[in-house]
Write a protein that binds this ligand. Structure first.
Ligand code: 5GP
Ligand code: MG
Ligand code: MG
Length: 199
């Protein structure tokens, strides 16, 4: 067994469960943005209305990579970087955008991709930012959601929808993009560290 795996106390979501759920989310997104879907039609056939998938770096990098390969539509991909956690396990509550988008999202449908929604501060900050840039709709697609910890309610924009992989109990989780002190992002599953790893 690899040394890193010895640091894990418990696996919450296995590689296989994540893969299955990512496929389901990608199918929903494909359907909702499909030009032939009159119920929730967001796309005209022109490529200018292709959605922009925006990953929140660094945590969303694996989720985004797996998700976009399963979305069967032309999309653009960009990243934004937000700092809120430092190297600890408690949010500072004041997220700052430290690296902005490259793509102009004016008049575009944006899908924000997050690893986890906790207090909601990061998303609320990002949605405000993208709204001020004139995005015509803002959806959120998060792998994990800890609704019990929500402090800020964010509002989606336009016909934006909320896509969520799994509801997560109130643990500090690592793996599949999520870090502790920039480590463990490369675990293929989501788990909880042994308590001694924090000291
Ligand atoms: P929020 O602003 O919603 O409180 O937190 C959002 C960010 O905090 C997430 O994108 C993630 O980077 C980090 N975060 C929140 N909960 C956890 C957790 O359980 N584990 C890890 N590794 N990061 C978390
Ligand atoms: Mg994140
Ligand atoms: Mg982090």
């Amino acid at each position: 067994m690899a040394a890193m795996e010895d640091h894990i106390q418990m696996i919450l979501f296995t590689e296989q469960q994540i893969s299955q759920r990512v496929s389901e989310l990608a199918s929903q997104i494909t359907l909702n943005f499909s030009p032939t879907n009159n119920g929730g039609a967001l796309l005209s056939p022109s490529s200018s209305s292709a959605p922009v998938v925006v990953g929140v770096a660094t945590g969303a990098f694996l989720f985004l990579a797996d998700l976009v390969r399963k979305i069967k539509l032309p999309i653009s991909v960009d990243f934004v970087r937000v700092e809120s956690y430092g190297s600890g396990t408690v949010s500072s509550g004041k997220p700052k955008i430290s690296c902005d988008l490259k793509i102009d999202v004016t008049g575009k449908h944006v899908i924000l991709v997050e690893d986890i929604v906790d207090t909601g501060n990061t998303l609320s900050c990002l949605i405000g930012h993208l709204k001020s840039k004139g995005a015509s709709s803002i959806s959120v697609c998060t792998l994990l959601d800890k609704p019990s910890r929500r402090k800020v309610n964010f509002e989606l924009v336009g016909e934006g929808k909320f896509y969520r992989g799994f509801e997560c109990a109130d643990y500090f989780v690592v793996g599949y993009g999520l870090d502790f002190a920039e480590l463990y992002r490369n675990l293929p599953y989501v788990g909880v560290l042994k308590p001694e790893m924090y000291s």
